[in-house]
Unconditional design. Structure first.
Length: 276
């Protein structure tokens, strides 16, 4: 568990440096998702960076595609592409754009950005796996603001109907959308009861508590004939005091030089990871 926490801290540092270098990005939602992505890539999923198209690999879909800096950092750490590529984020002709592109970025399973569609794609992958008799598992991370999309609830009904016990959805429940709190934009509570009503196996956890994340994935693997949803309570901008629970860090700002230094110091990051 200590190694996973250390890895999550390293990913947070990379996310901040990438967005600082790019001058734009989505730091808040990337930082809230880091611990979940860390457990997926460094504990949970069966993947092979040397054979990214391995038929029996587990699949991960980042339905909240704007949080791709966290995904890119994990993929680079896992060896899907050189770490120096991270510092080309959002540059023209870079394969690391502001939303994931499955055609150009190794390890990306689905191009996402239009919210709700990644969830539908993940359901399709899980259904296909059942149809062809493969035992891979499919994981999909949704933002809580994404739950305003009707497509999500159509997908929830579909996955339950087909008893997709090889599918795990994780809600990055940080309470904020692009410019305000969810409750002030479109209140979707009671959220846990909604998923239960759609006949999903529903777990509620602290999305920054790595043992709880690990335990939730382990419980999901033991379940049969139901998809699993993990409602993970998180903090937008987690790990950086001036970003935490602050809607302005959703996507309109990148940390400047001074803010980056403060953030890395708070993460015990005295030394920058360079692009050399």
């Amino acid at each position: 568990m200590d190694k996973l926490y250390q890895k999550a801290t390293k990913l947070r540092k990379l996310v901040l440096q990438m967005i600082h270098q790019a001058g734009s990005g989505h730091p808040g939602g990337s930082l809230s998702a880091v611990d979940i992505i860390t457990v997926l890539y460094f504990y949970e999923m069966r993947i092979d960076s040397k054979n990214p198209n391995w038929e029996n690999r587990d699949r991960f879909v980042l339905s909240k595609g704007h949080a791709c800096p966290a995904l890119y950092a994990a993929l680079a750490e896992k060896g899907f592409f050189p770490k120096k590529d991270l510092f080309s984020l959002r540059k023209i002709n870079s394969r690391l754009q502001g939303h994931p592109d499955m055609l150009t970025t190794p390890g990306v399973e689905m191009s996402t950005g239009s919210l709700g569609q990644g969830f539908s794609a993940a359901i399709g992958m899980a259904l296909a796996g059942k149809y062809i008799g493969k035992n891979f598992r499919v994981y999909v991370l949704l933002g809580d603001g994404e739950l305003d999309e009707g497509e999500v609830w159509e997908g929830a009904m579909c996955a339950s109907h087909y008893e997709l016990d090889n599918l795990v959805a994780i809600i990055d429940y940080n309470g904020l959308q692009s410019d305000n709190y969810n409750t002030k934009t479109m209140n979707f509570e009671p959220l846990v009861e909604k998923w239960k009503a759609f006949n999903w196996y529903t777990l509620e956890i602290d999305g920054h508590n790595i043992p709880q994340i690990v335990n939730a994935f382990n419980r999901a693997k033991r379940l049969k004939r139901k998809p699993t949803v993990i409602v993970a309570h998180t903090v937008k901008g987690k790990g950086v005091s001036f970003m935490e629970d602050n809607p302005k860090w959703h996507g309109s700002l990148a940390p400047d030089d001074e803010q980056l230094k403060i953030a890395l110091d708070e993460l015990d990051g005295k030394e920058l990871i360079t692009n050399e």
